[in-house]
Design a binder for this molecule. Sequence first.
Ligand SMILES: Nc1ncnc2c1ncn2[C@@H]1O[C@H](COP(=O)(O)OP(=O)(O)OP(=O)(O)O)[C@@H](O)[C@H]1O
Length: 256
Amino acid sequence: MQLKFKVPIFDVKNLNFSVRGVDILSNISLEIFNGEYIAIIGPNGGGKTTLIRILLGLEKATSGSVKIFGKKIKNFKEWYKIGYVPQRASLVDANFPATVEDIVKMGRVAKRGMFSTFSLEDAKMVEDAMLKMDIVHLKNKMVGTLSGGQRQRAMIARALASSPEILILDEPNTGVDIVSQQRFYKLLSKLNKEDNITIVFITHDIGVIADDIGRLFTINENATICNNPKEAMSCEDMTQLYGIDAHLIHNHKHEH
Ligand SMILES: Nc1ncnc2c1ncn2[C@@H]1O[C@H](COP(=O)(O)OP(=O)(O)OP(=O)(O)O)[C@@H](O)[C@H]1O
């Protein structure tokens, strides 16, 4: 039992990804464990999204190994355990012909299969996901008429509808105002602490979630793993290497 507990959700070893001879990711090794809250930062074009796409099986690594819940990625089938909110998910076409409830229901497809009918359990999970994201009152609204923050919450509810064990969010705040962002960070932290959902969060805005995150990964072709991001000293290298003010994390903690 002890051993089982320690199996990481993602176990990446010596991963390389190159396109036409150009290295995009080099020698990445990292593990993500159940219950963690991890932020991923790095410069534009550094390879963050590519890494996530490989973890989700959307791109194939050039070499190296990726295991998910202890299984080689090619044998892994339980994709409903992984919720994904892609970049710019909150920027939905204004004419997209679906209600908020429709969007969240789509999140059940991975769990129940394409051709089975919508069950009572499906309905309950959809309702729960909307409750958690505080969008029940919006369920009959067309998604194109929502604000950026409301759309963002709808997209996360959609990911939550399959009861994932891990939620991966790729810069989810594009087009979302500051107040909605703050609210969103609180919701994420709650999902992590109260529902034990593992969170992996790609962001350029590290200061605001500094109090919540446990570890920080910096991706710039290579990966730098910062296990103790609240102790600014341990991130000194990161600051120098990537020009990111790791002290922000430290200072933020003292503002309260
Ligand atoms: N399949 C592919 N074919 C060609 N180039 C690719 C492919 N996948 C990724 N790249 C390139 O890899 C680099 C890394 O892109 P990626 O989107 O992963 O960076 P990022 O860190 O997420 O950037 P941003 O912060 O701007 O979103 C980019 O230069 C991109 O053009």
